[in-house]
Ligand binder design. Structure first.
Ligand code: ZN
Length: 179
């Protein structure tokens, strides 16, 4: 198991151009996916993009599950997205608090408004193309990770700077309040 150091905002590697994966079955692709999954799980994250571990490929993974920051009842499948394209976004938007392994190691939470639902097309790790309609937290995580492939960090999309919270305050005031 390899747990990578998560590259932090301000490092130009995060804004490097992520390239399309040409060979899904290559060792580089396989190792990138394994390292992403191991790191995501070890760092208490529910999604992670290759650029966050210094790999400039259009790959990200998601795994919606409960963490110290989320009490999720959504499905908990591990999903792998290679060369993804978001093909549809709902007009309806919603605001959800986001954080990121690359922004002060998830110590900062802030509200971000995005489309509520999306449709994404991508390839899985077997090279099989799939299409997925997502809502809720999965939709949100997919959009966040997809942005990483296009150099966009969620901090660029914060809708209300006055509502930024440290992770401790977020857990106290948002996560535990919902009980
Ligand atoms: Zn992120």
């Amino acid at each position: 198991m390899i747990i990578e150091n998560i590259i932090q905002i301000g490092n130009p590697i995060l804004s490097a151009n992520a390239k399309k994966v040409n060979n899904i079955h290559s060792l580089e692709t396989k190792e990138t996916i394994t390292n992403l999954i191991d790191t995501m799980r070890a760092k208490n994250l529910i999604g992670m993009a290759a650029s966050q571990i210094g790999v400039k490929l259009r790959i990200f993974v998601t795994e919606i599950r409960s963490t110290m920051y989320r009490k999720s009842t959504d499905d908990n499948f591990l999903r792998i997205f290679i060369n993804p394209i978001i093909t549809w976004e709902s007009k309806q938007e919603c605001t959800i608090y986001e954080s990121c392994g690359s922004v002060a190691y998830t110590r900062l939470f802030a509200p971000v408004k995005r489309p509520k639902k999306i449709v994404i097309e991508a390839f899985d790790d077997n090279g099989k193309k799939f299409k997925l309609k997502a809502d809720g937290l999965l939709s949100r995580v997919i959009q966040h990770e997809y942005d990483h492939l296009n150099w966009i960090e969620f901090t660029q999309k914060i809708t209300d700077m006055r509502k930024i919270m440290s992770s401790e305050e977020y857990v106290k005031r948002v996560v535990n309040k919902k009980k």
